[in-house]
Design a binder for this molecule. Sequence first.
Ligand code: EPZ
Length: 429
Amino acid sequence: MDMLIVEGGRRLSGRVRVHGSKNATLPVMAASLAVDGPVTLNNVPALVDVITMAQLLRSLGASVSGTAGCVKINSQHVEGVVAEYDLVRQMRAGVCVLGPLLARFGSARVSLPGGCNIGHRPIDLHLRGLAALGADIRINGGYVVAEAGTLRGAELHLEGPHGSSVTATCNVMTAAALAHGRTIVHCAAKEPEVASLAAFLNRLGADIDGAGTSTIEITGVEHLHGGSQTIVPDRIEAATLAIAAAITRSEIEIEEAPVDHLVSVISKLREIGVDVKVTGRLMNVNADQTLRPIDVTALPYPGIPTDTQAQFMALLATIPGTSVITDSVFPDRFMHASELLRMGAKLQRAGDSTVVEGVNSLSGAPLMACDLRASAAMLLAAIAADGESQIRRVYHLDRGYVRLEQKLNQIGARIRRCNEAHTLHRHVS
Ligand code: EPZ
């Protein structure tokens, strides 16, 4: 298993480029199962989750070539409708194959995704939406078993206790694209990943209107033909890089930043005192001044993304004064707090929030990554901290960032990747 050894306390400077978005890629790959022709995806990030999704599609009979940059998927010969536990448990986005399989083949058997360390993650909204389109759904042996002679358009709501659901909206929208008649989805998720999936499906012959707003109207079509899509740049990676500049009080430039998708993040950084200038898709982030504590609440889009909440916590832990962080999307997504405490952060859980008393500096420490964005927060804290940190279990980071440590090294960080077992052996012998 790889680990990262980080020498903290170095300023960053220079330019980095943002990769394609993981969370835009995975639903589009899954939706390719509903397509009766070859699909070409460009700007696909080389990530573990993308490889896992490719394996899942292959296990169903699709051909998938390439895993980064340009990925070609052909689902013309897909016959399987069973998404096995061994693949779906590795990546929750595996549940995105449910809608496409059901729409194209009239049945699907998809393992329930495993437990997750960012809190409770039910899939009731996925099931409710597909049932409204006429699917008969039951849970059997840890699998969702869905059958539908014919899916029929319907008017449905996808609101849950913490807002809508991104992947449920993707599942239902793809199924409705091939249903008979018209579907209206109320309380749909408005995240850019939903809009980019709709753009992909429309290019392939679907008739979807309103994706990116809370009401989506879909008129079902007979079939989806082959086509291509360029994956949008990753808004969460761009935000993580911007916060890297802020936490190290540095100035960097971020190329290919999807600035339209980052309005709340940019405005929060500006409130903190970070100077953010935007020119087209280039973001200049300058934090070479005194920063202010602030309250941050993660909300559904267009609010501050829950996927940046941990990184904001790392940043605010280094800004003297009191900040309060709340996550309205995943209220228990605070696993990173215990690792930040080990670096000298002052954090106190208070109900649904975490109160941060910023300190002048964090100190390097041995750390254990516990989920994707938590690992990013640890890496950011480590590059800003005094002294050395070792971050274990970085496979969490690799699920969602393309060699983030190389990107940070490119702009002045000092991070080494090494094999945990070798390092342990060196220490013991
Ligand atoms: C997507 O997950 C992202 N994953 C997550 O990114 C992201 O954190 C999340 O959306 C919120 O933005 C992908 O796109 C692959 P949700 P998803 O369903 O769709 C509740 C990352 O780090 N809910 O929108 O699974 C749920 O518990 C990952 O890149 C229900 O109640 O999240 C949560 O409180 C982690 N019932 C809220 O809705 C359901 O059926 C939003 O979850 C589904 C969800």
